[in-house]
Design a protein around this ligand. Structure first.
Ligand code: TMP
Length: 216
């Protein structure tokens, strides 16, 4: 069966994921690849409903475990209804966040045991995982300043997670770096303090190497 490539972008708030995803998708499309861009929590109508519970300011006061189960409920729908069918068609799927965000936010950030998350991950997704994950890394003050500008510009209500404290965001950053170290084959840490164009070139060349291997 022909199989596409599943790429995820991860990182704390304000790391520039959205811009980089747009640039990566455009560059790959120009090279003739069929690309689907999606996001988590979300990506399907059902999962977008769950997103509202989780990220809106008035979405609810969830325990970390309930939050984790809602995230995996949304993710399971997303994988089965959107990601797997697109990969079976040979497409490149790029997701703004995936399971590493649950590891980083719900475990390193909120203290849910990592083993518990891995167990739920196995139950919900089996051995399904991204082929390639970019972790956009940025010092916390810089990320929060950028995220703050974005929120005030958009007057977004989706700031329940961004309003957490500075310590939380430091744990999150170390969490993502730990995940990258543990799964170095899949994860590439991207220095997000560099210019937008330089980061985009770096990521594109890494995807092209993978694409040549997998889609040749
Ligand atoms: P976004 O700001 O990148 O759109 O992400 C929405 C928020 O959801 C963000 O603050 C991170 C949070 N989140 C988790 O806490 N766990 C997860 O598994 C995912 C996918 C997102």
């Amino acid at each position: 069966m022909s199989r596409g490539i599943f790429i995820t972008l991860e990182g704390g708030e304000g790391a520039g994921k959205t811009t980089q995803i747009r640039m990566l998708a455009t560059a790959l499309q120009q090279q003739g690849y069929q690309v689907i861009v999606t996001r988590e929590p979300g990506g399907t109508p059902e999962a977008e409903k769950i997103r509202d519970f989780l990220v809106k300011r008035d979405g609810g006061n969830w325990t970390p475990m309930a939050e984790c189960l809602l995230l995996f409920a949304a993710r399971q729908m997303h994988v089965e209804h959107l990601i797997k069918p697109a990969l079976a068609d040979g497409k490149i799927v790029i997701s703004d966040r995936f399971a590493d965000s649950t590891r980083a936010y719900q475990s390193f950030g909120h203290g849910l045991p990592l083993d518990t998350i891995e167990e739920i991950n196995r139950l919900a997704l089996g051995d399904f995982a991204p082929d390639l994950t970019f972790i956009l890394d940025l010092p916390v003050p810089e990320g929060l300043a950028r995220a703050g500008e974005r929120l005030s510009a958009a007057s977004s209500q989706e700031d329940r997670f961004e309003r957490l404290g500075r310590d939380f965001h430091e744990r999150l950053r170390q969490g993502f770096l730990t995940i990258a170290r543990r799964d170095a084959e899949r994860c590439r840490v991207i220095d997000a303090t560099r210019g937008i164009e330089e980061i985009a070139r770096d990521m594109l060349s890494q995807v092209q190497l993978d694409a040549q291997r997998k889609l040749a």
